[in-house]
Design a binder for this molecule. Sequence first.
Ligand code: ADP
Length: 355
Amino acid sequence: MKKVFRKIGVLTSGGDAPGMNSVIKSVTCAAIEKGVEVVGILGGYSGLINERLRPLTKNDVAGIVSLGGTVLYSDRCDEFKTEEGMQKAIATCKKYNIDGIVAIGGDGTFRGATDLSIRGIPCIGVSGTIDNDITATDVTVGYDTAMNTVLALGDRLRDTCESHARCNVIEVMGRHAGYIAIETGLALGAIGVAVQEVPFDKEALFKKMKASRDAGQRSFIVVVAEGLGSEFSEGLAKEIEEETGVETRFVRPAHIVRGGIPTLADRNFAAKSGYKAVEVLLDGISDVVICSRHDEIVPIDIKYALILDRMYKNKLKDGDLDSFSNEQIEEMKKICAERKKYFTDMYEVVNAIGC
Ligand code: ADP
């Protein structure tokens, strides 16, 4: 018999991202429209363990879409990774009649959602991470805003670099993914972009920069992905100055890029994802993450999404693929190959036109 949902919970967990509030609004309004109550769980999974709950009405969420961060707050909760913590979370769901949960976050958050789903609390994941590091979805909520923030900062740096004939090396977020770096590098007309996905040719950068400076170019921007490490990015700024003679400054906007007003693209992807999450949850589906695939919003099995990430990062363990059909494995390989090719192609474009 199909489960009847009377009340669902919504939470944000892990690193915050602009657009999370649009997901919260969408989930709340979509559920209420379907006659289902909504409770906000404060501070991610720790709020579930510690019973930090807040009923949500349409009025509560009407004005939150333009806010960065998350009105439900976010946290990292190690206790939730233990069986004891998990049981406390389940007890809270039972005590407050929470029939299902929409969990907004990154891959860690989805792991938690799977653990709850298999213990009888149906969960749906929605991406909320600026890094765009979830292989199953073409984009994640927060990614577009983060890129636009880097763009705005980079444009300002370009102004002052031009005035003072300098280079600026900008290190941007992306612990395991160079998407923000490569896209903003292209948009900023950077002379170089270094990401972990493609080998970086330092010597070629120095040569190109010297030639451009000799030809009279005053300003230079180089973008580096955080994943390469601070030693690399800070060291690169020093080396550029030593090797090319161009005065070079280093800047790390860090968490500035995680805040701010969400863009239209993020808000609308968030809104559609939240709507879909409620639709599939009430339809009896769980343990899926809402993804964007070729402009379609689709639910994808969380286990599939997590293993796909591992495949993409070349971190598959023995037995990881055992529960998947050959067709699924081929599809996974294809997605990984497409993503990798995207970086190789983009690196070529950036290098060809950056100056
Ligand atoms: P993100 O969701 O942004 O990847 P984290 O990796 O920090 O961020 O995960 C967020 C939270 O999800 C963790 O603090 C923890 O509460 C929960 N979580 C992460 N990994 C697991 C796991 N293996 N099992 C259960 N819960 C997990």
